[in-house]
Design a protein around this ligand. Sequence first.
Ligand code: SF4
Length: 422
Amino acid sequence: MTMTQSVPPVVAGPEGVRRLFAADGPHLGSHLAAFGPAPRSVDTPVLLAELERSGLAGRGGAGFPTWRKLAATESAAHDPARRLRRRAVVIANGAEGEPLSRKDETLLRAAPHLILDGLLLVAASIGTKDAVLYAPSTSLAAVARAVDERQDARGVRLVEAPETFLSGEATAVVNAVGGGPAIPRDHVRRMAESGLGGRPTLVQNVETLAHIALIVRFGAAWFRSQGTDDEAGTRLVSVSGDVATPQVFEVPGGASVGSALAAAGAPPRSLRAVLVGGYHGAWLPAERLDTALSVEGLAPFGAAPGAGILMALGSDRCGLEASAEIATYLASQSARQCGPCANGLPRLADVLTRLAAGDRSTWLPGEVRRLAALVAGRGSCHHPDGTARLVLSSLTVFSSDVQAHLAGRCEAHPGRRIGSGR
Ligand code: SF4
């Protein structure tokens, strides 16, 4: 019996690691056959306690404890000191932005009803009917079909997200849902207290909502029956790059990076490194593929599980060149509202590109470090921090190649001279 039901669930929780994709299709019939109906409402304190017991952390990137975010919004919406109850809004965020991430798009197409269940349950638990699903147009069609299949989701507003890197950043989401451009704004005011139209706002990743829908049905103990104590449950990973079959997998929490890559057909010996966490992430050297996809395991590399993004870099590819291409892309993706993005990121990308291309000026690595330190922590959002993390990681993980480039060679192309001495 679960926390919310006075009778046992109609069906048992999925066994094994395939949970979010347990239904044999995206339609309501398949969804109900796999998971049974969701409870119509959930007592908020009970839901918060169960989410805390489950250990579910957000799957959008920041990894914040889910119950805490929900509790903050709920208490802002019902704060007696403000006298008036302020109608909260819940936004399901399916905008990945990140070019290497496919998990939310895949989930929205394969299991839209699970996401809608989570969205409606969370909205009900904080006493609002104001629910929004924000995602790129390529995913919204599947959601629209799912909404048509059920009465209870008719009030969910669907909002199209642009395909830009920062469109999924929480404040950009609120801007876009409010009718403005999908660009971040400053974080001075807490979203839980003053988000969309100044109202308490909860922006929750769509995978997180799908997990909530399962925890509400089958309980925290069931959720914890996969994963580890610190990385409970399952998580989706998007595997791409130099692998046989780029795709999205559901893996147990704390699985090794190598096991996720092996599932996608990456022979570990042919890799140079793996980018963990996407363009705002960090490199993991190929010798450390046994590292757990966990906060603790990845911390020494400056990485985190984040949104579950893994990009394999083959041994015949240059890590500095790949990093420079990413840094150049990231520098192009801000609205240049803040100094670090307007001035720092283009310069940072340019210096790293010169190093990658074989410019032998010995001051280049030091200049990359100086610029990275200059931009980090100085933007209104985390875009400069994430970019600085990526470039600093490239200098660390590819340190021997930095020396090779300064000597006119590249480890990815032995025997070939690169660049020119200056
Ligand atoms: S730090 Fe950069 S991306 Fe973030 S709000 Fe400022 S200009 Fe935009």
